[in-house]
Ligand binder design. Structure first.
Ligand code: UD1
Length: 420
């Protein structure tokens, strides 16, 4: 397992090119199962989670090649419809194969994901939605066994807006017979990009980007190509790094329209921002103001930026409350930030952060992807040396983060291959 050693205290400055969005790729790749032939997805990030999805698809007989961030996906040789526990336990988004498999092949056997570092994270809405489309579903031996001669259209109302359930049911509905309406659908940009990809494959979808999706099922889809949208969370993490270190950071290759909640909060905290068509430049203030955030569904403040915001507010002048309304227990980074000198208390689903004058380096442990990002950010501003252990979590969602940070002037190195 690798670790990062960070010597903090350097203001970051310069430009960073943002990679393609992990959460978009993890939907587009399995969507390719819906057609027979070769799809090409460019701007695919080289991430551990993308590799996990690739090996899951390969285990079904999909032939994939990667070249310069383009993944070519040939579904001609698919010979089984199994998503074994060995893959799903590594990454919950593996559940995305359920909808496409049952829609195109009439059956699927997909391991149930277990809990996750910050809570139970059920998949009941995925299952109920696909059942409503006419699949019979049995849960047996830790697996979802789904079958249907052909799915049919249905009206599906989600009580909670779910990115994964919307994506899964959408991918199933495009090949169902008749009309499906998904109400309270997720409107995250990654779902909109999935809908666009499906339309380019021949699907008939109205309402992409809104909370009501209307899908007219078609008999078959054809392969298509897509360009993966930029990763708004990676972009946001680098902007917070600039703000935290008192620096000047530009992120390029982004869609600022995907970042509105975060950008507004950064301005409230005292940062000045310049926004271009596909770039954002941040100039940090001499002193950060304490700004409360509540993580909520898009276009609200993203839960995937909650841990990074907590690290930022740890050194703001005053007290901040950071609340997560999506994942009530997503605070595993807090005890580690406290080890770096932060003053934070958890009350229900909120972190109450009393800003301190400075953090001090220490050994800290990554517990999940965004928690690791927050620890790296804190290490960048901590006095002395910070070791962030178990950085395989960060490799799930950030492409060579240490290389990108070094290009901005950070002192960070990866120490590989030892047992930490
Ligand atoms: C996706 C993102 C993740 C992000 C999250 C919220 C991917 C691969 N992951 O996760 O990075 O943090 O959106 O923006 O895109 N829920 C249920 N039953 C279900 C499904 C969800 O109760 O069947 C609940 C969840 O527990 C959670 C809420 O719905 O409280 C939203 O979760 P959801 O949007 O489904 O998150 P994911 O798709 O898992």
């Amino acid at each position: 397992m690798d670790k990062f050693i960070i010597r903090g205290g350097r203001p970051l400055s310069g430009t960073v090119e943002v990679s393609g969005a992990k959460n978009a790729s993890l939907a587009l790749m399995p969507a390719s199962l819906l057609a027979r032939g070769v799809c090409r997805l460019s701007n695919t990030p080289a991430l551990r989670d993308v590799k996990t999805m690739a090996s899951l698809l390969a285990s079904m007989g999909v032939y994939l090649t990667f070249n310069n961030h383009t993944v070519t996906i040939d579904t001609t040789g698919v010979h089984n419809q199994d998503a074994p526990y060995e893959h799903v336990k590594k990454m919950r988004a593996s559940i995305y194969v359920l909808g496409p498999l049952v829609a195109r092949y009439g059956h699927a056997r997909v391991s149930l994901p277990g809990g996750c570092a910050w809570g139970p994270r059920p998949v009941d809405m995925h299952i109920e939605g696909i059942k409503k489309l006419g699949a019979s579903i049995e849960l047996k031996g830790g697996y979802i066994l789904a079958s249907a001669r052909r799915l049919h259209g249905a009206r599906i109302h989600f009580d909670v807006s779910s990115v994964g359930a919307t994506g899964n049911v959408l991918m199933a509905a495009v090949l169902a017979k008749g009309t499906t309406v998904i109400e309270n659908a997720a409107i995250e940009p990654e779902i909109t990009s999935l809908a666009r990809y499906l339309v380019s494959m021949g699907a008939r979808i109205n309402g992409a980007g809104t909370s009501t999706l209307e899908i007219e099922g078609v008999d078959e889809l054809h392969p298509a190509d897509a360009i993966t949208i930029p990763d708004r969370i990676e972009a946001g993490t680098f902007l917070v790094a600039g703000a935290l270190t008192g620096g000047n950071v530009s992120v390029e290759g982004v869609d600022p329209g995907h970042l509105t909640a975060l950008l507004a909060k950064l301005e409230d905290a005292g940062c000045s921002l310049e926004t271009g068509a596909s770039s954002v430049t941040l100039h940090a203030p001499p002193e950060l103001r304490p700004i409360d955030v509540t993580a909520a569904i898009y276009p609200g403040f993203p839960t995937d930026m909650q841990a990074q915001w907590t690290a930022l507010m740890a050194v703001a002048k005053g007290t901040t409350v950071v609340t997560d309304t999506i994942y009530f227990d997503r605070f595993k980074h807090v005890p580690e930030l406290i080890r770096l000198g932060a003053d934070i208390e958890i009350k229900d689903n909120s972190a109450v952060i009393r800003g301190v004058a400075g953090l001090t380096g220490a050994k800290v442990m990554s517990t999940d992807l965004r928690a690791s990002a927050s620890l790296i950010l804190a290490g960048l501003v901590a006095e002395g040396s910070t070791e962030v252990l178990r950085v395989y979590h960060i490799d799930r969602g950030y492409e060579t983060i240490e290389v990108k940070l070094r290009a901005l002037g950070a002192d960070i190195e990866r120490v590989a291959g030892e047992e930490f």
